[in-house]
Design a protein around this ligand. Structure first.
Ligand code: NOJ
Length: 716
């Protein structure tokens, strides 16, 4: 539709129609059904029939047949020909479930993430969806927060690369194209740092911290063309994001030139009253509109207040129209005026959802995202002797984690099935009862010991329940459940070799069982192809190559522990000195650092060379073991002295490379001004000439560095 036609349409809309265009509800409400699965402290908003008839978008339902009917029913009664927008949480896969985003981060492979996101878009588009509430670009440092699973981890650069790749995968060149959907990056901003790791809790940090660490990944997603942005539930600098003019107007719209649609999170406009920044719905609506909130998700503040606010002169018609135009422009960009159901097609849906090609892609990503944390000569499992398999994830299709509402657990191959296909009757199982509602599994340790009597090696598929991951799943205890720990210790005490497979949505507190395991493979929630991928690694068909996207703490008291921290005035260098920044009972370092991961081969990384003109850093990376493998070469920088404190190291580049046994290659990174830049006290972005450490290595601790003096002439 031509822009002037679109504007004409806006001029024909009543205020009520505009307010409802700016309101998102669940489809049940449009059918006058009691809405199912409400989340949050939603109040009962009373929408009139006429209002419901002109809601602008809906969330949370998919399926070509359903959405086609919904659109047809809606348009049949609509006064103006403005189609509905269909949005949903397609977070890590539609029907083909991918590994959780935190695991995807461990792949350090944005290309593969992009390819997978494109497959997700094909499925979701065929199922009738127009927009997905993904990617989540929240930086995370606190595994007590259950939503760390939805993020690509603790590093701004890695997070940004992954968020941008995901947007490109969903949207391609244009979300209006066939098989593409629009991306909605969330939760803007800094939702990943709630105090104490408690979901929805206060976020408060310096402007510099916000700009240097928390904002970059959203910006990458916006620059990659994300069509929408969702705000977060939390406050930033004492103002809820939902009505933050700093975030929405100054940073997002003006600095980043974001032209797309902003949507609130679920009932967050109404929640401004709980935050005590709005006395009533009128004030909540006024503040949100002033900040530039286009769509209010699942509350009725705009519907109830815009008319009044306008009459009282507290808002302008122009402010309302600006939002409505942005919403209609998105519908137009998706081609909905000509084709209101876009790609919804039952046949394509049937053909694409869960197809072999998508499952293969998901398997590849699952393989690259699993991280080998420990291996004392037990993996790969070579013996053709009896092999034990136990644990709540041993025989279940529940390998998805939360935010996988279209995944089919019944149809998903279990680990037992996948391992049986390789080891046949050698595989002995016990204590495989999956998690149900309770946070622990029944204790059948004695029985397991009995059954595993002939086994020298036992695989324990342990972890946290799927339902303890995702929204509203904060925890203060990150250990495995008591009966799982008991099983692991009992097997160890019985003289078995123990291979621990860890299924979790966050780094767990595994220190208490680490010594009892001979090998630990962090498999996260690996998705539809998870059992195949785990089997490929256990059998040695695939050589593990994932690297941690988030540090593992030594205990919960040490949280937050992350690699890109500032130095202090009293760094802990001398273990004898008490008066430095340290704990009495625990080292400062994590159990496993960011970027860490083992392989079935070994690699060396040496001979760091900075070019004479200071524009490149190169190292020699060699496969020093006896089999082919992949590693991730990582570039870190440190600004040795600056006008504000700078982190001890920051990831600024990475390269995933494959090397044959004995093969050596040179890996070169460009050094750019951007890598050295930060926001100074005046919020100006730039770099300050002086000394820098340029470091390259195979994880954030194993690095070789060189100090260089960089002047403006080096990096114009
Ligand atoms: C609340 C969650 O915070 C957000 O991530 C999600 O997209 C919306 N609900 C919609 O389901």
């Amino acid at each position: 539709m031509e822009k002037n036609k679109l504007l004409e349409l806006v001029s024909e809309m009543t205020l009520e129609e505009k307010a409802m265009q700016m309101t998102q509800l669940v489809p049940d409400m449009l059918y006058h059904l009691a809405p199912a699965n409400l989340t949050g402290p939603t109040r009962q908003w009373h929408f009139t029939d006429r209002q419901l008839q002109c809601a602008g978008s809906v969330l949370g339902k998919s399926g070509a047949a359903y959405l086609k009917k919904l659109q047809a029913d809606y348009l049949k009664d609509a006064r103006l020909p403005i189609p509905l927008l269909f949005m949903a949480d397609v977070i890590h896969g539609y029907e083909t479930i991918l590994p959780i985003p935190l695991a995807q981060g461990c792949s350090f492979d944005p290309e593969l993430v992009e390819e997978n996101a494109a497959a997700v878009a094909r499925e979701a588009a065929a199922a009738g969806l127009h927009v997905t509430f993904s990617p989540m670009a929240d930086l995370v440092r606190d595994p007590r927060w259950g939503r760390v699973m939805e993020s690509c981890g603790e590093d701004p650069y890695l997070n940004g690369q992954m968020a941008a790749a995901t947007v490109r995968g969903y949207q391609g060149k244009d979300p209006g194209e066939k098989g593409k959907i629009a991306a909605c990056v969330k939760h803007f901003a800094a939702y990943g740092q709630p105090e104490g790791g408690r979901d929805y809790n206060t976020v408060d940090m310096s402007r510099g911290m916000l700009r240097d660490f928390y904002l970059p990944a959203y910006r990458e997603a916006v620059q990659a063309g994300a069509a929408m942005v969702m705000t977060s539930f939390n406050t930033v600098e004492r103002v809820p994001s939902t009505c933050s003019r700093l975030l929405l107007d100054r940073i997002l719209r003006r600095e980043w030139d974001f032209q797309g649609v902003v949507i609130s999170d679920y009932s967050a406009v109404e929640e401004l009253m709980n935050h005590s920044v709005a006395a009533d719905a009128l004030e909540a609506g006024e503040k949100s509109l002033h900040a530039g909130m286009d769509i209010e998700m699942m509350s009725g503040v705009y519907a109830a207040s815009l008319q009044n606010l306008l009459e009282q002169g507290r808002i302008t018609q122009e402010e309302i129209d600006t939002c409505v135009i942005r919403i209609l422009e998105l519908k137009n960009r998706l081609g909905l005026f000509e084709n209101p159901c876009k790609d919804a097609d039952e046949e394509q849906e049937q053909r694409l959802c869960g197809c072999k090609e998508h499952l293969e892609l998901a398997r590849k990503l699952a393989l690259e995202s699993m991280v080998l944390l420990k291996n004392e000569d037990v993996l790969p499992v070579s013996a053709h002797a009896p092999l034990g398999l136990a644990g709540p994830f041993a025989d279940t299709g529940g390998l998805f984690g939360e935010w996988s509402y279209m995944g089919n657990r019944e149809k998903t191959r279990t680990l037992r099935e996948a391992l049986e296909a390789v080891y046949g009757t050698q595989l002995v199982t016990a204590m495989t009862e999956p998690f149900r509602q309770s946070p622990d599994v029944p204790d059948s340790v004695e029985e397991a010991l009995e059954r595993f009597r002939p086994c020298e090696l036992c695989i324990v598929a342990a972890g946290e329940p799927e339902w303890q991951t995702g929204e509203a799943t904060s925890k203060t205890n990150l250990r495995l459940s008591p009966n799982q720990e008991k099983l692991i210790h009992a097997l160890r005490n019985a003289g078995k070799k123990v291979v621990l497979l860890l299924f979790s949505g966050r780094p767990l507190d595994i220190a208490p069982i680490l010594d009892a395991a001979d090998a630990v493979l962090q498999v996260w929630f690996p998705g539809s192809a998870g059992a195949y991928a785990v089997t490929d690694i256990l059998t040695g068909k695939y050589n593990p190559s994932g690297r941690l996207s988030m540090s593992f703490p030594r205990n919960v008291g040490q949280i937050p522990v992350y690699y890109d921290c500032y130095n202090t005035g009293r760094p802990s260098l001398d273990p004898e000195n008490r008066f430095c920044s340290r704990y009495l009972d625990c080292p400062n370092s994590p159990l496993f650092p960011f970027g860490y991961g083992l392989s079935y081969t070994t690699f060396s990384c040496r001979g760091l060379k900075i070019s004479e003109d200071n524009t490149t850093a190169s190292v020699l990376v060699k496969n020093t073991g006896s089999r082919r493998g992949e590693t991730v070469v990582q570039l870190y920088v440190r600004d040795v002295s600056a006008s504000v404190v700078r982190p001890l190291k920051e990831l600024k580049g990475f390269r995933r490379i494959a090397l044959d046994a004995g093969e050596e290659t040179e890996v070169t990174f460009r050094i750019t001004a951007d890598m050295l830049s930060f926001y100074n006290e005046d919020e100006q972005w730039g770099w300050e000439p002086g000394e820098f450490d340029i470091m390259v290595g195979l994880d954030s601790e194993q690095i070789e560095g060189q100090r260089v003096y960089l002047s403006p002439a080096d990096l114009p």
